[in-house]
Design a protein around this ligand. Structure first.
Ligand code: ZN
Length: 79
């Protein structure tokens, strides 16, 4: 019996130690990020589009702030 319980504990440790593919959610060994190069490629593409979206957002926020500030600047300059 002690042998069996030791084996079970090891299995539980493995379950606690595993990771999931960030793209499809498949179980992968610890240290790995994706289950296949295909998923890695997909994740890279997603990250690129996310970064592009973030840049667009930052640009929009900067334009918005500029639009808010510019009238104030003109008021200050105009007295
Ligand atoms: Zn995957």
């Amino acid at each position: 019996m002690p042998r069996r319980s030791r084996k079970k504990a090891r299995v539980e440790l493995n379950i606690a130690d595993h990771r999931h593919c960030e793209v499809c959610g498949k179980v992968i060994p610890p240290g790995e990020k994706y289950c296949s190069p295909k998923c890695e490629e997909k994740a890279a593409k997603e990250r690129q589009s996310m970064e592009r979206l973030r840049k667009v957002w930052i640009a929009m926020i900067i334009i918005f702030i500029a639009l808010m500030i510019v009238p104030y600047l003109f008021q200050m300059l105009g007295g």
